[in-house]
Each structure stands twice: as structure tokens, then as C-alpha cells.
Design a protein around this ligand. Structure first.
Ligand SMILES: Nc1nc2c(ncn2[C@@H]2O[C@H](COP(=O)(O)OP(=O)(O)OP(=O)(O)O)[C@@H](O)[C@H]2O)c(=O)[nH]1
Ligand SMILES: [Mg+2]
Length: 307
């Protein structure tokens, strides 16, 4: 199935990183103290998170005791069952409001603009929605043009203002425009900002408030875009954005160029935030709804001969 193949290919690096090392640890030997230490280290290196890794080890130890297992080779299947149990499918998406407002936030270069475009296309095709894009990144030179190029390519309208304009005002305009033109979804692409910069995080709160004044309940979704390449730093980013911007969900990008897909486990376990989508490339179609079964299956699937 093309969908599954592309998903599996997109996770090649993560799979090789995790599986290769797990295979080394779980060779054909007796289980001893080193097995647990080594396995925990592999999970932590793959960014599964310290807490999650500890929990998996604990559960595996219980499993081996209860089932009288002594050989490392008998652990692998149970390890993936435990990994799967750490994940949860995101709740079904709803699009309340007139229009529904989805705000994309994250640090510089994480993939907000690209993901905004991918999502516009996805929601139009898969949900029959009529999206417009709000160019709320008025800060970075050429940010508006970048979104306009996507809009032109996809045939999706982009609402924008001049360089340096107030991002809240742009979102306000986009909400009004959507309402008068019959668009039922506004995707707001915001400027990249470091989670440690107080003023920039305050600005995000302001954009949030302005959206709520333009449309009750907006933004209905605030998605944090996390670059998988950043690994554990992503957790610090997520905590800061969650607090400042009331993040409701996560999109993890660049899984195709990262071996650190393990952060998917940590996001769910340590932050309680649902992961909605995964970015697996730079093209508009390189976006996958997050599905825990497919994710773990893609991680454990043995390598194709031609890989
Ligand atoms: N390989 C890969 N590249 C991606 C993915 N998503 C985005 N990119 C690339 O990452 C780079 C940054 O993407 P943008 O969408 O501009 O990121 P941004 O968060 O909007 O960046 P700023 O607006 O500067 O904060 C671009 O070169 C994208 O093509 C992905 O899933 N996989
Ligand atoms: Mg951008």
C-alpha cells in the first residue's frame, strides 16, 4: 500500500536508529542487569524520554518475572507492545466556529509555514473544508511571499498585510474575510519565536486574545509545530508554548530527516498533548495523520532488501 510504504520510508532513520540498537541489546543472550541499562540507554537516546523509558523498563521487568523469561530475544515483541501502549490516537478533529481558527506556533524554522500549506490542502481534500491562510508572520522578511507562493500553488487565498504589521490585526482581517467570503477555516501561520523570549511569547498571547474577540472561542486549535531533529529540546519548547499559547495539539515535522522519532512517545507521555500529524518531507503531500498502530508498525517493520 503506497500510503504505508511512504510512511515506512519516512521513518527509515528512526527505525534504523532504534531497531538497530535494540537488536544489538536484545541479541541472543541471558537477561542481566546490563540488558536493562543498555535498553534504557537506547530508548533515551532515541528520545523516548527519561520517564517513558523508565516506565517501559519497569513493565518489561515485570513481564519477564511473571512469564519466567530469561532470554533477551524473547523481549523484543513485548517491548513493542509496551511502546504502543504509550501512544494514543488523537481525539477526532472538529471544526467549530464561523470560521474555525487554527493557529500554528513554534520556534524558527520548525515547519509552520510548510505545514500550514499542507494542512490547507489536506483539510480541503479530506474534510471538504474551504480554508484560507492568514500570513501572521509579519516579522521575517519574505515570510508573506513564502506563504503566497504556497497559496498560489494550491489555489488557497492568503490574507496578508505589510511587513511589520500587527499579527493580531492580520488574523482579525482574515477572520472577517473568511466570514464574508464563506470560508469555514482560517489557518494562521505565525512567526517563528524562541520559547525563551518573553516579549515574543507575550505577543502570541495577544494574537490569541484578538482571535477570541473576532470569533468567540477562537483560536479553536493551537498546534505546536516541532522539528523532530531538535529531540529533547522540543520538550522545553512544548512546555513553554503550552503555557503561553494554550497549545491543543502537536505536529511533528522532518521525521524523514531525523532519527529521533522517539520524541512522539515523550510528547504524549510527558506533556499529555495529542499528536495530530507527522511531516515526512517538504512536499504538500508529505503529511500523515498520526496513527499509533501505523507508527509503531513502521518502526518495527524489518528493512526491505532494497533500503
Ligand atoms: N525534510 C523535511 N523538511 C521539512 C518538513 N517540513 C518543513 N520542512 C522544511 O523546513 C524548512 C523550514 O520550513 P518552514 O515551513 O519555512 O518553517 P517555519 O516554521 O515556517 O520557519 P519560520 O517561519 O522561519 O519560523 C523548509 O526548507 C521546509 O521545506 C518535513 O516534514 N520534512
Ligand atoms: Mg514560516
Amino acid at each position: 500500500m503506497a500510503f504505508f510504504r511512504s510512511f515506512t520510508e519516512g521513518l527509515n532513520r528512526t527505525r534504523q536508529n532504534m531497531l538497530g540498537k535494540i537488536a544489538n541489546v536484545l541479541g541472543v543472550t541471558q537477561i542481566d542487569e546490563d540488558t536493562w541499562d543498555d535498553l534504557e540507554a537506547v530508548l533515551i537516546q532515541a528520545d523516548v524520554g527519561v520517564d517513558s523509558a523508565g516506565e517501559i523498563i519497569q513493565r518489561l521487568q515485570n513481564y519477564t518475572e511473571e512469564n519466567g523469561i530469561t532470554r533477551t530475544s524473547d523481549l523484543q515483541k513485548q517491548l513493542f507492545i509496551e511502546l504502543r501502549s504509550l501512544l494514543e490516537a488523537p481525539p477526532p478533529l472538529t471544526f467549530p466556529g464561523n470560521p474555525c481558527v487554527l493557529m500554528m506556533v513554534g520556534v524558527n524554522g520548525s515547519g509552520k509555514t510548510t505545514t500550514s500549506a499542507k494542512l490547507a490542502q489536506h483539510f480541503r481534500q479530506q474534510y471538504g473544508l474551504s480554508p484560507i491562510l492568514a500570513a501572521c508572520d509579519t516579522f521575517r522578511a519574505a515570510a508573506v511571499e513564502q506563504l503566497q507562493v504556497w497559496g498560489g500553488r494550491l489555489g488557497v487565498e492568503v490574507i496578508s498585510s505589510v511587513h511589520g504589521a500587527d499579527p493580531g490585526a492580520v488574523l482579525h482581517d482574515a477572520i472577517s474575510a473568511a466570514r464574508s467570503r464563506g470560508n469555514n477555516l482560517v489557518i494562521a501561520d505565525t512567526a517563528g519565536r524562541l520559547h525563551t523570549k518573553y516579549n515574543l511569547m507575550e505577543e502570541l498571547k495577544k494574537v490569541h486574545r484578538v482571535a477570541g474577540r473576532a470569533e468567540a472561542g477562537a483560536p479553536h486549535h493551537v498546534w505546536l509545530v516541532l522539528d523532530a531533529v531538535t529531540g529533547q529540546n522540543a520538550m522545553h519548547q512544548a512546555r513553554a508554548f503550552k503555557e503561553a499559547a494554550h497549545v491543543t495539539g502537536v505536529v511533528i515535522t522532518k521525521l524523514d530527516s531525523s532519527a529521533r522519532g522517539g520524541m512522539v512517545f515523550a510528547i504524549r507521555q510527558e506533556l499529555g498533548l495529542p499528536v495530530y500529524y507527522l511531516g515526512l518531507g517538504e512536499k504538500v503531500e508529505d503529511l500523515r495523520p498520526f496513527n499509533p498502530d501505523a507508527f509503531v508498525e513502521a518502526l518495527v517493520k524489518s528493512r526491505e532488501p532494497n533500503e
